[in-house]
Write a protein that binds this ligand. Structure first.
Ligand SMILES: [Zn+2]
Length: 267
């Protein structure tokens, strides 16, 4: 079964090429990771506001995330045509190949968004400059996880995380821990207000919240559980977030400046 070649980056990219062909997406390399190219995909018509941002694989030891994203894409070619997307299938190919959270330089890329020292992150920021996404999902896994859980950055009510977890509940248990990485968690939801001063080492999701996205979620599946269930949980949550995002036909595609977030980032 091809889906179990979860650390085979070349195979992952072949699957994405097939998705890009089927859905009419533009797929390009934009950076390097060791000897490998890092790719992104985007809709051919990409309005400055309202697209969906999806990324996985910034931590290479979380294959349920990269596999979940490609499995979702393979099953949702029509959605990929009907809505605008920016997709990063695997931000740390070296890590995926080596089953490593870190990149080849031993950096946790998800703590590097506060500066431009890393060439991949610098290039990613240039690609999305000027874009305001309706929703951004960063897909992860947690080897301490006892179930699926979600970080939803607090900006815009009504919040979505409760509904998203209900969709995952038939697939995986919901995380029961009340503290995750030092943050209070309730019924699988961590809903922080962001104070950038408390994030000297910015993760991707916080960067997106501060500069690029109306709604920002980090989805975490428990990486000691069965891979098929983790893939299915990611795919189901992506499906629901995409369903709630605006269709291309309803987005004004005129060139526009970024609107301010509906509430200013807390400082
Ligand atoms: Zn992670």
């Amino acid at each position: 079964m091809s889906r179990h070649r979860a650390h085979d980056y070349r195979h992952l990219i072949r699957r994405w090429r097939a998705v890009a062909r089927a859905a009419g997406l533009v797929m390009r390399p934009f950076a390097r990771s060791g000897e490998h190219r890092v790719y992104w995909l985007r809709s051919p018509r990409l309005p400055k506001t309202g697209a969906v941002y999806l990324s996985a694989g910034i931590h290479g030891d979380e294959p349920g995330a990269t596999e979940g994203l490609v499995a979702w894409a393979e099953g949702n070619v029509r959605s990929l045509r009907a809505r605008p997307f920016v997709i990063f299938p695997c931000l740390n190919p070296w890590g995926l190949l080596n089953n490593s959270r870190l990149n080849a330089d031993h950096h946790d890329l998800n703590r590097q968004f506060h500066h431009d020292a890393d060439s991949m992150i610098r290039a990613l920021k240039q690609l999305i400059a000027g874009h305001w996404f309706s929703v951004a999902l960063t897909l992860h896994e947690d080897y301490d996880g006892q179930g699926v859980y979600i970080y939803e950055v607090k900006r815009r009510a009504p919040f979505w995380a409760e509904d998203l977890l209900e969709i995952a509940r038939p697939i995986l248990p919901i995380e029961g821990r009340t503290k995750i990485d030092g943050r209070a968690s309730r019924s699988g939801i961590v809903r922080p207000k962001i104070n950038p001063k408390k994030f000297p080492m910015l993760p991707e999701a916080v960067w997106l919240h501060l500069h690029h996205s109306e709604r920002t979620f980090t989805i975490e599946t428990p990486s000691e559980f069965a891979l098929d269930a983790r893939i299915a949980a990611h795919a189901a949550i992506i499906t629901e977030c995409v369903r709630r995002s605006p269709a291309l036909s309803t987005i004004n595609s005129q060139p526009s400046t970024i609107p301010p977030p509906s509430a200013p980032p807390t400082s």
